[in-house]
Design a protein around this ligand. Structure first.
Ligand code: NDP
Ligand code: OXD
Length: 314
């Protein structure tokens, strides 16, 4: 902290800073906002707003009070052994982010529900053939992760009339959703899920969870929508499942390596829709006041919101 003002450093690699500069300065009148690489004296920095940091980056700031993640997923920060263990690590919880994710998920669920991949293939062959689709009530959608985002998606799928099931780590009671919890109930959750949506955090328990064993429980021809993290998916298992018909299609917003390398086979696979990690982007005008409220809590000695539990990893 400088003489009387707390200092927040914006260190979000690959994120254009202009809109953040406007939003953060408007939301944080009592806080000095600096933008990497113009951090000034490292001793001054109280808070960092972080994204895509190189490993070890935070070690240079000896007086940090908290780290704010620009995004909901914090696996990269947690994987950095140099991030001080006792420092609060706060993830992004913004209803606007959840709303944008919800729109994306609904778009792709409806796409698969109404058999759009088949219509698109027919168009490419100039084929006029009507295909029937069941009503949503007869379509089972499985949502992995019933947190801030998964719950919003599950609820809106219910309101569209889908038959929705949800899977989480701890048991949940969600109106209109058939819920399952824990690894033992994973097979029962998957059985019958014609469209599977992944909205899990990436943790030691969930890494690689979208694999052959998981796909084997799905009905033949199921569709996958992964909007969580590339580390959830075993890429070779996806191709195998598409080849043997267990899966018919996949929408991937996230990848093991981002940007997806130009020579990656996913770019050219007609069964896979590649989206450049754009299902939802954190919006400065709504996120900055959320960060500001948390900093205000810290200044007045109140507990911070949305601090990551390092044991569970999310
Ligand atoms: P939350 O932490 O709010 O929710 C996580 C959910 O996953 C909870 O329901 C939790 O269960 C469940 N879960 C965690 N571990 C397990 C496990 N081992 N087995 C079963 N369920 C588990 O996260 P958010 O909803 O805010 O975000 C989810 C993820 O979405 C983020 O971590 C991020 O990776 C991704 N994301 C991607 C974006 C994109 O643009 N593609 C944008 C935003 C987020 P419980 O409720 O019992 O704790
Ligand atoms: C996030 C993301 O985690 O954008 O918020 O991926």
């Amino acid at each position: 902290m400088t003489a009387d003002r707390a200092v927040l450093l914006f260190a979000c690699f690959g994120v254009p800073p202009e809109a953040w500069a406007t939003a953060l300065t408007a939301s944080l009148p009592g806080v000095a906002v600096r933008f990497w690489p113009d951090a000034g004296s490292p001793q001054d920095i109280d808070y960092v707003l972080a994204w895509n940091l190189p490993e070890g980056f935070l070690g240079q700031f000896p007086n940090l009070r908290a780290i704010f993640s620009l995004g909901a997923g914090v696996e990269r920060l947690l994987a950095d052994p140099t991030v001080p263990r006792g420092l609060p690590l706060i993830r992004m919880v913004d209803p606007r982010l959840a709303a944008a994710m919800n729109e994306f998920v609904l778009m792709r669920v409806l796409h698969y529900h109404r058999r759009m991949p088949e219509f698109e293939a027919q168009q490419r062959s100039g084929l006029w053939r009507q295909l029937a689709a069941p009503l949503a009530a007869n379509r089972v959608v499985g949502v992995m992760g019933l947190g801030q985002i998964g719950l919003v998606c599950a609820n809106s799928l219910v309101s569209l009339g889908f038959s929705v099931r949800g899977w989480s780590r701890t048991a949940k009671d969600v109106r209109g959703v058939q819920t399952f919890a824990g690894i033992r109930q994973l097979p029962a959750f998957l059985a019958g899920a014609e469209i599977l949506v992944c909205l899990l955090p990436l943790t030691t328990d969930t890494r690689g969870i979208l694999n052959s064993a998981t796909f084997a429980h799905l009905p033949h021809g199921a569709a996958l929508i992964n909007v969580a993290r590339g580390g959830h998916l075993v890429e070779a298992d996806l191709i195998a499942a598409l080849d043997d018909g267990r899966l018919s299609a996949a929408t991937l917003d996230v990848f093991q390596t981002e940007p997806l390398p130009a020579d990656h086979a996913f770019w050219r696979d007609p069964r896979i829709t590649v989206i450049p990690h754009a299902a939802a982007l954190t919006e400065p005008t709504t996120a900055a006041p959320i960060i500001a409220a948390n900093i205000a809590r810290d200044r007045t000695g109140e507990p911070l919101s949305h601090v990551i539990d390092r044991k569970s990893g999310y």
